[in-house]
Every structure is written in C-alpha cells, then in structure tokens.
Design a protein around this ligand. Structure first.
Ligand code: WTA
Length: 658
C-alpha cells in the first residue's frame, strides 16, 4: 500500500459522518429537508403523497380511520388492483417495451421480461389459476425459489384478489405444512427443483412431504419445471405441470379485480417469541402505496433505472423491494437466482457491471462476506454505474459500512441503512439519501411521518446518548393490520407493552433495542425478545428449541444467538441429554437433523453443547443472557444468583475447546 492509500484508510476509519455527494443530491427524488416538517404539519393527510404514487379505480374517502385502534384502516373507500398498478398502467402509459424483470440464472442463463411480456405471463397464469377454481380471497401458497414464475404467480394472485402466502424455498417440509395449515390454503404453486452452486436440488420431494402434513384437502398443486430432464418426478392426480396448464390459457387476459384498499394483498409468516410463526397480514392500498413511496424516496428509484435488491423474494424484503415497490414505479428490477460466490466470488460485481445497475440493496451479512473475500473481486469490475447503495436486515458495523462505501460505492454513492420489519411492510428508519448526513452504524432518523422513539421500560423517552426500546407512536400506511385470524395475538404481540388502551393511546412495539444521539439518529441494537438474526434471517429460538426437544434423547434445550463474524449471529444449542442417552448416541447429528426437518438449513446450529444442567436462577428460569455471553466469548458477569453456578465454567470450557 502506498502512503497515500494508508492515509486514506486512516481517514476513512476515523470519519464518523459523511455527506451525500453533490452529484447525487442534484438528481435525488427527495432533496428538500422541509419534507420532515411538511409531513408533521399535515399528518395524516401527508400520506396522500404515498397514495398518489398509485392509480386508483375508486378514490378513497379517508386517509386514516382510527375508530377501532389499533386496527387502523388506511385509504378507506378506495379501490385498486396491485397487479394493474405494477403492470397494466405502465404498458398503457407507453412503457410496455421497458424491461420489468431482468432475471439472471445461477448457471448464466438469463430471461428478460418487458412490462408487456410480464403482463402477458401474469394474465395467462391468472387465467390458469382461475381455471383451477381460485377465487377472490382464497389464499394461494407459493413455495418457490428465485425463478421468474414466483413474481409472476404473486402478481397473478394479486390480479385475482387471491392473497398469496410465499414460503421461503429454503424452509423445510414441516414449515410449509404449518403455514398452509394456518392459512387454510388449498392451492400450492411450487417447482421440481433448482440450482445451488451448480448442483440441482430436489424441491418437489420436500413439497410433497410437506403436503402430507397438510390437515385439509389441497385442491391443486402447480409445478414449474425448472430442471427439465435433470430431475425425473411424477405428478399426483391433483398436480399439474405449469407450462402445460398455462398453454391451455395462452393469450387469455384477466380483468384485474378491484380490491378495497383494506383487502388483504398477502400473508407473510414470520418468527416470533412463541414456537408458532405469525401470519402477518398486509393490505392492498396501504402496503402498496408505502412500498412505492419508500422505493421512490429512500431507494431513489426512477423508471429508467436498473435496480437490484439481492434478497430472496421468500422474505419481506423481496416482496416490498424486488416485486411490489420497484414494479409499481415501473423500473427495471434485477432478480438473481443463485449464491454470491458462484461460480466465483466476483459474481455480484459481474452482474452489476453487466446490467449497469444504478441502485444496489443488500444485507450486512453479505457485505461482511464480501469484505472477507477481499477487494480484488469488486476491483475486477467497473462499478461506476452505481449511484446509491442500501442495506437491510440487521445492524451494520461501521467497518463494514465503510468498506461498502469505499470499495463498492467508490465514495460516490450514499448508503441508506434501512431499519424495518416484516410487520412494518416497508422502511421506517433511515436517512433520505439526498438529504441526510450519514453516520456509519446508525440507521438515521425515522422517515418523514414516522414517529419512532426510544423509551425506557416505563415508556418515557430516554435522553440522547442513552439506550432503550424502540417504539412507533403513530400508525403508518404499510403497517400490518393483524395476525391472520388472530386479533388477540396481534394486540398482545405488538400493542400491549406501551399502549394505554384506557386513554386510547396505542404504541407499536417492534421488540428491538436501540439508542439515540443528539441529532435524533437511531442506532438499532437488535432484538430484545427471543428472536435471533442469523445472516439477516429472523429465527425464533423457541421454534428451534421445540424442534430439538422433539429429538429422542434430548431432555431439555436452550437456544441462543452467539456473535458471528459473517452471519451476525449464529445458532448455539445447549442441550441436556435424557437419562440413558449420551453424546455418543449420534445425538449431535440427530439434533441437526431435527432442526433441518422442522425449519431448514438457515437454522442449522453452529455449535451444540451437551451439558448435565442448564444455568438457572433460583426461580428456575434459564439464564439466557449468560448462555449468550458464553456463545459470544464475552466476559461473564456475576453468577452468584444462580442455583447452580458451578455449571457455568463447565459449559464455558466446552465452548472454548470446540
Ligand atoms: C432487524 C427485515 C438493525 C431488526 C426487513 C428487526 C435491523 C428485524 C435493520 C426484522 C437495520 C432490520 N438495522 N437491525 N437496518 N433492519 N433489522 O422481519 O431486529 O425479517 O426487528 O424484516 O431485523 O426482520 P424481518
């Protein structure tokens, strides 16, 4: 390294605030700081700006109805269709030839869909689903990897007013069954298999196994043929080949169903504190307008841009920021099937260069992996098309932020560190890229119109510089409306901690800890419930624990997150063996199998520690904090309040030796 380079590194390392480059500000969709005040002064009507991003079949009467809080309603009386907003209006507006989805297969094949072509595919698949009997409000489950038929199926469902429930393809058969059962879903769209690092994976086998666990009749299963001859499989009577079925509806179109703004657009299951995943319900008007507004204001998306979000559509990030937000704005959205290091570790940068990507949105865990692989990979490519970078999913450490800023953005692209959740539908806390000073590691202030606060246990706002709990003290259009068929759990999970129902004061609690500085910038510290964040994926420790105690030979288990250099957090399992079993009984393997079977490879334990006892308080509660500290290699605090302090050293020694 030259002296000059060393100086630069040192400067960057010490710098705590960065201004957005002038060249970016000049062209930014939002560059007037007055927007924050404008939203405050005009709340809730300010949200008309979000609604105005869409075409409505019927204008709404009210922006917000809060009579039955916290069951808020947005844009009531309005009617619209999400697929029409993502497709037809662009085609009718003369942009049918612009590219909507640029799909990059892992093995190098590509598929390009213009808006007109995508509309055709969606029309035909909507006609197909209707032909199978799918009606408005039927929940259709989509268990598919990153292939174009996934967004096509989502938009086809939206066209029919049939809510989709996408189940991440990496989830297990059991996870599929649980979600189909919870949603009473009678239709499934899936595929034969897909590629991962060049290998063909069997997916239909997993889907079929899942179907065996469904407790009601499944009318039809549509199977996309992704692998061709590579995977021989036979279809049951109620299973149909996607292409064959669609061929019967070639050239057909389906009139998009006008949905009430508050009608459900989709369900998305996510992990919570208990063992059972929560069915988060999102609506047509509020969700879509919020996804479109944040894509415009935060991601700075313009129709002529090429935009790439590297998430999987199986998670909320992909729903809002690969499919609905970008397509509502009529931009080109890149969709990549595979892994970032296949065939080489420069794959992402190769794709940025090839597609002239303007805006790139990814997760901190990916950035930490890129950092580890080294700068030579981005350096092999011309990344000068990039104008804006984003991150989502977990806290980003300042080192990773600066690496991203320098080695990917060439110090010329602002970075938006966006805090949000499955439940919020879209981004909530982040700088606006054309306005805000960026502080590495801190997401920034709440977006205009969002009342995010940091409070103590009593709900009082903390002084700047202090840590506390994040709350959202006012509703917003993209918020979840309820947990599917479980209003009570909705109130209990999100509105019971800080609300005061007697005075009709409702405060949303996202279950994250955070701190705030003098400028009102929020640094999100992580979950304060039993949810851990592994590679940006949200996992319930209780879900993993219940999978493990189901394994023969395990009496009790505690699962916690331990710090991990790349994944952020990793799964640590502490397990007590049942009498008559010991570690020699291939117990470790069976524990791993149990987790894979009930959840999937994303929850695979990093380490399994067998112990005769778990550290417990005198009242019998497992000391999870202590187990987290052991897993993270932290200094252990006072253990004298434990019933069995002697066990701690034993466990810690085991973790160290592994
Ligand atoms: C965490 C993903 C810090 C947080 C969109 C939240 C973050 C959970 C950030 C939601 C961020 C997300 N900084 N933490 N920028 N973004 N999180 O539902 O703990 O999969 O509660 O939604 O991820 O995860 P979910």
């Amino acid at each position: 390294m030259t002296d000059e380079n060393v100086d630069l590194e040192v400067r960057l390392e010490e710098q705590e605030a960065f201004e957005p480059p002038e060249s970016f500000v000049e062209q930014a969709n939002v560059s007037d700081e007055g927007i924050y005040e404008e939203f405050e002064e005009n709340w809730p009507e300010c949200w008309e700006r979000a609604a105005d991003m869409l075409d409505w079949d019927e204008e709404y009467d009210n922006v917000l109805v809060d009579d039955d809080a916290p069951f808020y309603e947005w844009f009531t009386g309005g009617q619209l269709n999400a697929s029409e907003n993502c497709l037809d209006r662009h085609v009718e507006g003369g942009r049918g030839d612009s590219v909507a989805i640029e799909w990059e297969g892992e093995l190098g094949e590509t598929r390009t869909y213009t808006y007109e072509e995508l509309l055709e595919e969606v029309d035909e698949f909507a006609a197909t689903l209707r032909g199978l009997g799918v009606e408005e409000d039927d929940v259709v489950t989509l268990y598919m990897p990153m292939i174009p038929e996934l967004p096509i199926a989502m938009l086809a469902c939206a066209r029919l007013g049939a809510p989709h429930s996408v189940v991440f393809a990496g989830f297990s058969a059991d996870a599929l069954a649980t979600r189909m059962n919870s949603a009473d879903s009678e239709y499934l769209v899936t595929c034969d298999g897909y590629y991962r690092r060049g290998d063909a994976l069997d997916h239909i086998e997993k889907a079929n196994e899942g179907l065996e666990g469904v407790d009601h009749e499944v009318s039809d299963v549509v199977v996309v043929d992704r692998l061709g001859d590579e995977l021989a499989h036979s279809l049951a009577d109620n299973q149909h080949d996607y292409d064959e079925l669609v061929a019967d509806h070639a050239g057909e179109s389906v009139e998009p169903i006008s949905r009430d703004a508050e009608d459900m657009l989709f369900l998305m299951y996510t992990s919570g504190t208990t063992g059972k995943p929560k069915g988060v319900k999102h609506t047509t008007g509020g969700y879509l307008s919020y996804a479109a507004w944040t894509s415009h204001a935060v991601l700075d998306i313009e129709p002529e841009d090429t935009y790439w979000c590297s998430a999987d559509i199986g998670w909320i990030t992909g729903h809002s920021y690969i499919v609905y937000g970008p397509l509502a704005l009529g931009t080109t959205s890149v969709m990549y099937e595979g892994t970032p290091d296949y065939p080489e570790k420069d794959r992402m940068w190769e794709l940025v260069e090839k597609n002239d990507v303007d805006i790139f949105y990814t997760a901190p865990t990916a950035i930490r992996a890129f950092m580890k692989w080294g700068t030579e990979y981005p350096q092999q490519h011309d990344l000068s098309s990039l104008r804006l970078l984003g991150t989502v999913g977990e806290p980003i450490n300042p080192r990773a932020w600066k690496w991203y800023y320098k080695h990917i953005g060439n110090e010329e692209c602002p970075i938006v560190d966006t805090w949000w959740q499955t439940e919020t539908g879209g981004m909530m806390i982040t700088t606006l890229p054309g306005i805000g000073t960026m502080k590495p590691g801190s997401a920034g202030p709440p977006l205009p119109g969002i009342d995010g606060r940091i409070v103590d246990v009593d709900g009082n706002q903390v002084e700047s510089g202090n840590a506390g709990y994040l709350t959202v003290n006012r509703p917003w259009p993209g918020m979840l409306r309820t947990l599917y068929q479980n209003d009570d759990r909705f109130i209990e999970e999100y509105w019971s901690e800080y609300s005061d129902p007697d005075s009709d004061e409702w405060v949303y609690f996202p279950e994250d800890g955070a701190k705030i500085d003098d400028d009102g910038y929020i640094t999100v510290l992580g979950r304060v419930d039993d949810v851990i964040n592994v590679s940006g994926h949200r996992l319930g420790t209780m879900e993993i624990e219940s999978a493990i105690v189901g394994v023969e030979g395990v009496a009790e288990a505690a699962v916690v997150g331990g710090d991990h250099e790349v994944k952020g957090e990793a799964v640590y399992v502490y397990a007590i063996t049942e009498d008559g079993y010991d570690e020699g009984d291939e117990l470790e393997e069976r524990v791993v199998e149990g987790v894979l079977e009930s959840i999937g490879p994303i929850a695979k334990p990093e380490e399994i520690i067998f112990t005769p006892e778990l550290p417990k308080t005198r009242s019998g509660k497992i000391m999870r904090r202590l187990l987290e500290d052991i897993a993270s290699g932290n200094e252990l605090g006072n253990t004298s309040t434990l019933r069995n302090p002697e066990i701690v050293d034993d466990i810690a020694a085991q973790v160290e030796n592994d």
